[in-house]
Design a protein around this ligand. Structure first.
Ligand code: HEM
Length: 270
């Protein structure tokens, strides 16, 4: 297969807003408070850039050419990212009150909902946000599949995506136990048993999840550690790799555009 030669995009210009306006003759101060605020913003960016040269990579990352026909379906990946960030932020606040011990977990979750300041709101955002993230990740996968974005040279990004999908489902599964009420307890027993029926790795996986052959005192802390440390860390790292590949390879043009180009070609040949 011939090696794909990607055309180098020209270095994008500095966004208009970051160009300082020419000073009035005599170098007087900017006129309005809005101008002064703009100048202050530009000075801060300039100060940081002089010391880090970060605007080069930032421009490379953010100001890119996109294929003709790019539409709203292309926002589903960013929407999934936003849902993940929402889970991370609300999760940090929940962790400030939640106690993952079998004797205190239920009570601490009840405390968050009924007594902690904005607790019900933050817990609701986390609970509903988890469903939103699952729905979005499936929609985003559907978009990339139907637009043929899994094909060469983006196979690796598809594979990273599959791992992200599994990790997202793992987040939902491990989070479900944490309220530690009857429903979450029994649903988790069922879920772990289903895992145990998997070929070869199944029994090891269910032992790992239960932290032993039976559901015991350490199962909850095992789920908690997986839910708030192991999997979010892996998701964050993989999103980094996923987005690096998106910026490096660019996004796929909608398939109907390719079809149009091909019919033009056929006409030329005829
Ligand atoms: C936490 C989950 C995920 C996040 C945050 C995420 C984020 C993104 C973003 C921001 C983009 C660029 C914009 C776009 O095309 O929407 C993208 C592109 C892509 N994603 Fe994901 N993604 C996730 C999961 C997945 C999954 C589950 C798959 C497939 C199994 C996948 C496959 C792809 C592919 C192939 C592209 C390139 C699209 C193209 O070339 O047009 N991603 N992703």
């Amino acid at each position: 297969m011939p090696k794909l030669k990607l055309p180098k995009p020209p270095v994008p210009p500095l966004p208009k807003q970051l160009n300082p306006r020419p000073r009035r003759p005599g170098g007087g101060p900017p006129e309005t408070p809005v101008d002064m605020a703009k100048e202050a913003g530009i000075s801060v960016v300039g100060w940081v850039d002089e010391r880090t040269s970060l605007t080069g990579p930032a421009r490379w990352l953010m100001f890119r050419k996109v294929p003709r026909g790019t539409n709203w379906f292309y926002t589903l990946g960013s929407a999934t990212l936003f849902a993940f960030l929402n889970q991370a932020v609300t999760g940090v606040f929940l962790a400030m009150y939640y106690d993952p011990s079998p004797t205190h977990a239920y009570e601490s979750a009840r405390y968050i909902t009924n007594e902690a300041f904005l607790g019900e709101f933050v817990r609701g955002m986390h609970k509903w946000g988890s469903s939103v993230m699952v729905i979005l990740v499936f929609l985003h996968m559907g978009r990339t599949f139907f637009f043929g974005a899994y094909k060469y040279p983006r196979e690796l990004n598809w594979i990273i995506g599959v791992v992200l999908l599994i990790l997202t489902m793992t987040m939902s599964f491990t989070g479900y136990l944490l309220p530690f009420d009857q429903r979450s307890y029994w649903a988790t027993i069922v879920g772990v048993n289903i895992n145990g029926t998997g070929p070869l790795v199944g029994p090891y996986l269910s032992d790992f999840l239960r932290a032993g052959p039976e559901f015991g005192a350490t199962t909850l802390s095992r789920f908690y550690a997986i839910h708030m440390l192991l999997v979010p860390g892996a998701i964050a790292a993989l999103i980094g790799a996923h987005l690096y590949l998106v910026t490096k390879l660019g996004t796929t043009a909608p398939p109907w555009l390719k079809a149009e180009e091909q019919s033009e070609l056929r006409e030329e040949v005829a």
